[in-house]
Ligand binder design. Structure first.
Ligand code: PLP
Length: 393
């Protein structure tokens, strides 16, 4: 069989501003992982010392993850990704309280939550889908009114992946717990970018994902508050104290631990990230007529901006940026063959002609000022060119 030739674009040749999609694995994380592929390949469950020594490394990683979010090590369950963490929390809450048949979430969650809500509806559960205002915020009174005696779980994300808008996790957690209900937050986009302290924030479950914070894809964690019942959905082994069967993915667990340790040490550097994000945003708003920011500019992740540009197609912008080696995302999703503004922008009521031309730039601590300057130079003429062709301009 002939090997297919694939063009490889090297990372040195791109300006990578799509860090909410995935991040570069930090070189220190790679270094920490490598010995687990070569010398230290034992199975943590083995009786012999060679395998058993992997348990120490898993324990260290568990402590590193816990330290980043103000948790205790035994409250951390390693999973394969953010999606698994989200799914596990919801399924556990449902299975552990069979008498409760109501679930509350928002219309702007990641598909890992939306799909679970739809699945529960198909099984006869009632789901309350909370809306958001034009800033991307939920209404706390609406949430309070929605919580019932038979609510099994409230699941509300911490930071939105498209706009970066932050929900008031602490306030929400307190309200939900006062009502005697379980609370889960999808913090996949916020962990490592802003400080989180679960010692003072009463959430029951919190999801995080390695590849959003400079660890590899395929590793995540679920925080489960001590005392909160957890019903596993992966069975067949005693790993993770019987809460997730399957031989531990030691190299990736070690990588996640190292990435969390680095994120904790560098979380103050996020001021550098937000300065670059603001520079990019302000310059683009000034240079591109009829452009706006989607969502609340105050309560936001430091690394994200979602910019809506009237009368151009987001996909066309992405393709043109791609020719300049600039990686970003659009605010559209391909629904049955046509490009629709994303469910997040629709829920916020962003006008159609703006939502269609939405671009998300998401930075990281590796983003350089010169890269931001290149985007500021590249994008305005692209918009001008596309608008000259647009029937809506
Ligand atoms: N939740 C949010 C908010 C996300 O942004 C993502 C990924 O984009 C996920 C969950 C899923 O995480 P993973 O890719 O690790 O399954």
């Amino acid at each position: 069989m002939e090997l297919q030739r694939v063009n490889t674009i090297h990372a040195d040749n791109v300006i990578y501003l799509d860090n909410n999609a995935t991040t570069m694995v930090a070189p220190e994380v790679v270094d920490a992982m490598l010995p687990c592929f070569t010398d230290l390949y034992g199975n943590a469950s083995s009786m012999h010392t060679f395998g058993g020594q992997m348990g120490t490394r898993i324990a260290q990683a568990r402590a590193q993850v816990a330290a980043l979010i103000g948790a205790q090590p035994e409250e951390i369950l390693f999973t394969s990704c953010g999606t698994e963490s989200d799914n596990s929390a919801i399924l556990s809450a449902i299975e552990s309280q069979p008498e409760k048949r109501h679930f509350i979430t928002t219309r702007v969650e990641h598909s890992a939550i939306i799909a679970m809500g739809t699945y529960l509806e198909s099984k006869g559960y009632e789901v309350t889908w909370l809306g958001v205002d034009s800033q991307g915020q939920i209404n706390m009174e609406e949430l309070e009114a929605a919580i019932r005696k038979d609510t099994a779980l409230v699941s509300i994300m911490h930071a939105n992946n498209e706009t970066g808008v932050l929900f008031p996790m602490e306030k929400i957690a307190r309200l939900v717990k006062e009502k005697g209900c379980l609370f889960h937050t999808d913090a996949v986009q916020s962990v490592g970018k802003i400080p989180i302290d679960l010692a003072t924030t009463p959430v029951d479950f919190l999801s995080l994902s390695g590849h959003k914070l400079h660890a590899p894809k395929g590793i995540g964690a679920l925080y489960i508050r001590r005392g909160t019942r957890f019903v596993p959905f992966m069975r067949g082994g005693h790993q993770e104290r019987g809460r997730r069967a399957g031989t531990e993915n030691v190299p990736y667990i070690v990588g996640l631990g190292k990435a969390c340790e680095m994120a904790k040490a560098s979380i103050t550097e996020e001021a550098h990230v937000s300065r670059l994000r603001d520079k990019l945003e302000n310059a683009l708003l000034a240079r591109i007529p009829d452009s706006i920011v989607n969502g609340d500019r105050q309560n936001r992740l430091p690394n994200t901006t979602s910019i809506a540009i009237r009368a151009v197609e987001g996909e066309a912008l992405l393709l043109m940026l791609d020719r300049h080696g600039i990686c970003a995302s659009s605010g559209s999703a391909c629904t049955s063959g046509s490009l629709e503004p994303s469910h997040v922008l629709r829920a916020m009521g962003v006008p159609f002609t703006y939502a269609h031309g939405s671009l998300r730039f998401s930075l990281s601590r590796y983003t350089k000022e010169a890269e931001i300057d290149s985007v500021i130079e590249a994008l305005p003429p692209i918009v001008e060119k596309l608008r000259a062709l647009s029937p809506f301009a």
